[in-house]
Design a protein around this ligand. Structure first.
Ligand code: NAP
Length: 261
């Protein structure tokens, strides 16, 4: 995989194309964050996930700028901390400045704010999106009931819900619930939630001559679920993205889904 054109995407409202494979940056700090994002972009990742709370937006932004890849070819997600509710504008201004961009691609609220704040924040995020400071808005760590609250109050569903996901968390009702509401499911912690030594994953990995981690990433993508593996190890960064040269069969996908039941 060498260019963004090779990557499958999902379309968010406003015809915003979001790559199904992204690069996670939580717990990547200092020069190792810059190096990891640099290697990731070289390896072909075209979506980077960061957050105000990760404290690395400046390093992520610098690595993107240094890469020489045109801004419009890299999809940038960052997140508003729940405790910054009421300070949305100042927070996105800081994020855009640190990332070195005028406009984000996706801005998420990191966790549901305490009662009452849920709808108010969503209203302000809609205003900020309408003002052009981010192309899309969404949520993270929200339940379907909380998403329904936002839809009931504003008529607008989040474009994305970023939640903890992996084979052992597979839940057909959850997937269906997001689909019915037109919300893209983005999974986080694909490896931390997975026992990579699992015999089912290893059997499938051997069949395709890939690693269990690659099987996990590929499984997300074939389900149309966004996957954002994190690593600061160059060989892992590259292999986690090398998932476009094999295809899981329906039986293999079903066997992995069954790990969640
Ligand atoms: N919205 C939220 O609340 C939330 C919460 C958590 C995470 N996230 C996002 O999701 C991203 C991914 O989640 P995560 O960082 O929690 O966990 P993850 O991607 O599931 O796992 C990262 C860990 O797995 C290791 N690893 C990476 N590739 C591997 C491989 N091929 N084989 C074995 N081990 C491997 C990494 O080690 P090395 O780095 O040492 O290689 C690191 O320790 C985050 O970075 C962040 O962007 C969002």
């Amino acid at each position: 995989m060498s260019s963004s054109t090779a990557q499958p995407t999902v379309t968010l409202p406003g015809d915003v194309r979001m790559p199904l494979l992204g690069f996670g940056t939580w717990q990547a700090h200092g020069e190792s964050a810059h190096r990891a994002v640099t290697v990731a972009i070289e390896a072909g990742y075209r979506m980077i996930d960061t957050a105000t709370a990760y404290g690395n937006e400046d390093l992520v932004g610098r690595a993107i700028a240094d890469s020489g890849v045109p801004r419009e070819d890299i999809f940038i997600t960052t997140k508003l901390p729940a405790e910054r509710v009421g300070r949305e504008q100042r927070t996105i201004d800081e994020s855009r400045q640190m990332l070195g961009v005028d406009q984000l691609d996706l801005w998420l609220i990191h966790w549901p704010p305490s009662r009452g704040g849920l709808v108010d924040t969503w209203h302000r995020m809609i205003e900020i999106r309408d003002a052009g400071q981010t192309r899309a808005i969404g949520v993270s760590n929200y339940s379907l009931a909380q998403i329904d609250e936002l839809i009931a109050a504003t008529g607008e569903a989040p474009a994305v819900n970023q939640i903890k996901w992996g084979p052992r968390l597979w839940d057909t009702a959850e997937v269906q619930g997001h689909h019915e509401r037109g919300v893209v499911l983005e999974g986080y912690s694909p490896f931390k939630t997975t026992r990579l030594g699992d015999p089912v994953l290893n059997r499938i990995a051997e069949t395709h001559r890939v690693s269990p981690a690659q099987v996990v990433v590929r499984w997300h993508i074939q389900h149309g679920i966004v996957c954002i593996p994190k690593s600061v190890t160059p060989a892992r960064i590259r292999s986690n993205a090398d998932v476009f040269g094999f295809e899981l069969s329906d039986e293999e996908i079903a066997a992995i889904d069954a790990m969640g039941q």
